[in-house]
Write a protein that binds this ligand. Structure first.
Ligand code: SF4
Length: 374
């Protein structure tokens, strides 16, 4: 599907609000569609079908046309559809006739020139407008708290229904099943409109003209200019200053300061490498570098011939492996899995990782010795 993106779209709002000139700069770069994007499109089509089926809306099963369909996608789409249904039931507690819109185009051009986007689910009821965004990605956990994308959808929802329904509050929900994340945030309609008038609208006016300050940060990872943007390079290269500092070793304060930027530094460095490889494959020469064939492993030329030959040699060419939890759940069904295997599973604690202090996970308490036993 060839989707036309608005220059100042809801989905890129976090980026262009943080760095207004990035909107026009990004226009110079071609759209690159990825397999992750196609997987997301498939997951949304399936989720839409599951919700419409549950709501008794006439719909068509898209399964056969989905390239990335699997049991995991199906199971998440079903859980999500039930989640949406629960939200609809909740809305019915305060409103006799809530409306549910799925994959609805929303227009927030009152605040952003040509601003529009497609929301996954909108539940309109007296009292509360609920915006739900289904994020199928496995990447970063996304919070709905003061999330500009969700704010834009809510403004689009208000443009359509404020006046028809008596809306006082907006409830924003991000449903991200593969990160076990359901993030909810509420804001009053008046506070949302104040943000739209004081932040969104003036920033959109800068962005549409390419004005405003370049500002690098986490939002750069979704920018099409990310590999060659000078501002991002300067921001990341600031780290180099540590090369020249005395004394010879870094103190803990300096290490903390590096840790806060290191993920972005790694992500920027890999964006630059990926860009340079693509350019080199297109014939660009970078001084001091050349293209070579990477490492590779030996492969069979004909797997069925290998099987025949090994069996003829009196050996078994196959290994027998226990199905993993996802495949076993697909084999047995969720309910049976829980009944017969629920007591035979456990969740080991994950390997310790160092994260920023504002991370919501509880602090890892295990004793230092646990990791240093001989
Ligand atoms: S890479 Fe970052 S700093 Fe550069 S234009 Fe994009 S968002 Fe702005």
């Amino acid at each position: 599907m060839n989707v036309k993106h608005a220059l100042l779209s809801a989905s890129s709002a976090h980026r262009w609000i943080s760095c207004p000139p990035s909107a026009l700069l990004s226009k110079k770069f071609e759209d690159v569609s990825s397999s992750f994007a196609q997987e997301g499109t498939d997951a949304h089509a399936l989720a839409q079908y599951k919700i419409e089926k549950l709501l008794g809306i006439s719909t068509k099963d898209p399964t056969e046309s989905l390239s990335f369909y699997d049991e995991e996608m199906k199971s998440h789409a079903e859980d999500y559809a039930y989640f949406v249904l629960e939200q609809v039931e909740k809305a019915k507690e305060t409103c006799a006739d809530p409306q549910v819109l799925i994959e609805q185009k929303l227009d927030f051009s009152r605040y952003v020139p040509e601003g529009y986007g497609h929301v996954d689910c909108l539940i309109i009821a007296d009292g509360t407008l609920t915006v739900i965004d289904y994020k199928y990605g496995l990447g970063i956990k996304v919070s709905s708290e003061r999330n500009p994308q969700m704010f834009c959808y809510a403004l689009g929802g208000l443009a359509l229904f404020d006046g028809i329904y008596d809306i006082e509050n907006v409830n924003l929900v991000i449903y991200q099943p593969r990160r076990e994340n359901i993030s909810e945030y509420s804001i009053s309609k008046s506070e949302l409109i104040q943000w739209a008038e004081e932040v969104l609208s003036p920033t959109a006016q800068l962005a549409i003209k390419g004005d405003g300050e370049y500002k690098a940060g986490e939002h750069c990872q979704f920018c099409k200019a990310k590999a060659t943007c000078r501002k991002r390079a300067e921001y990341n290269l600031e780290l180099a200053k540590y090369d020249f500092e005395l004394p010879a070793t870094l103190d803990n304060e300096e290490i903390s300061s590096i840790l806060t930027k290191v993920d972005q530094l790694v992500s920027w460095a890999s964006d630059v490498k990926e860009y340079a490889l693509k350019e080199a494959l297109n014939g660009t020469k970078f001084e001091g570098f050349k293209l070579v064939a990477g490492r590779s492993n030996r492969k069979y030329t004909d797997e069925s011939a290998v099987v025949d030959v090994v069996i003829a040699a009196g050996k078994d060419p196959y290994e027998k492996k226990l199905l993993g939890i996802t495949a076993m759940t697909a084999l047995l069904g969720k309910k049976t899995f829980e009944e017969i295997l629920g007591g035979l599973t456990f969740k080991p604690s994950g390997k310790p990782v160092l994260v920023t202090a504002d991370d919501k996970r509880p602090e890892f308490n295990s004793a230092y010795e646990d990791f240093n036993e001989n």
